[in-house]
Design a protein around this ligand. Sequence first.
Ligand code: CO8
Length: 260
Amino acid sequence: YSTQTYQNILVSRPDPSVTLITLNRPKALNALNSALFHELNAAAKEADEDDAVGAIVLTGSDKAFAAGADIKEMKDKEFARAYKENFLGHWTELTRVKKPIIAAVSGYALGGGAELAMMCDIILASGTANFGQPEINLGVIPGAGGTQRLTRALGKSLSMELNLTGRNLSAQEAAQHGLVSRVVEGNVVDEAVKVAVTIAKKGRVASQAAKEAVNAAFELPLNEGLRIERRLFQSMFATKDQKEGMAAFAEKRKPNWSHE
Ligand code: CO8
């Protein structure tokens, strides 16, 4: 894949240190099909491997971050084929990206769209954003985190309500319950790029370790998570950035990260 060949996403560099990936199937409200996901994974991998990039922003359009998995692509699926080809198993590749990913969400983030946003590290919402798991209305259930990541974000009762009734959560409710970090007044993509630039200016070893450590909180019991955090913290003393960061503080100057 080169960025020229993408049909379902746009890739740009709003800042030399930030890759912006825009889902681009406007006629289908960015419904997520296999081709789109292969492109998204390829673009995210390219950004992850690019030394100049420190953070990634993922967004959709004003009307829809993504209105879910592509129902038209799915509707005639049979179990045997879905199982053999591990249908949508490659969706989770995004969670293996080491650099921080910020989702900038406007409009619909439904079904797989909400699940995709939840695979990112930070979610910023515009006032129009709304989140939901309407799979119940299609005779199915979420398949990429809508019953798991959403429950960890919202707690049992609200997650059950969304999963069982299919009702959507407004941006304000999403912020109130911690699904998104905040509702942005102005342009949510510009704000997400600003946050990404801020992150990209930090030492990359530390930002990657911070992401790894926070994610451990979702996988491990507390004592194991704390152990991982402490080991990662201790390992920071093997980095040039630790020496530079602490020397710069003592010398009252700005650090100059080598990302090593
Ligand atoms: N799939 C395919 N096409 C879609 C989808 C979708 N999810 N959402 C919208 N579209 C299409 C519409 O069919 C329509 O196309 P056309 O013009 O050809 O008829 C076009 O986008 C515009 O949509 P609408 O005319 O419906 O726009 P409205 O503004 O009237 O409504 C809604 C917007 C409310 C968002 C409406 O489009 C809707 O309800 N969409 C479906 C939402 C939904 O049910 N999403 C969940 C899908 S299931 C899922 O995501 C499961 C994930 C499982 C992951 C499993 C991993 C292993």
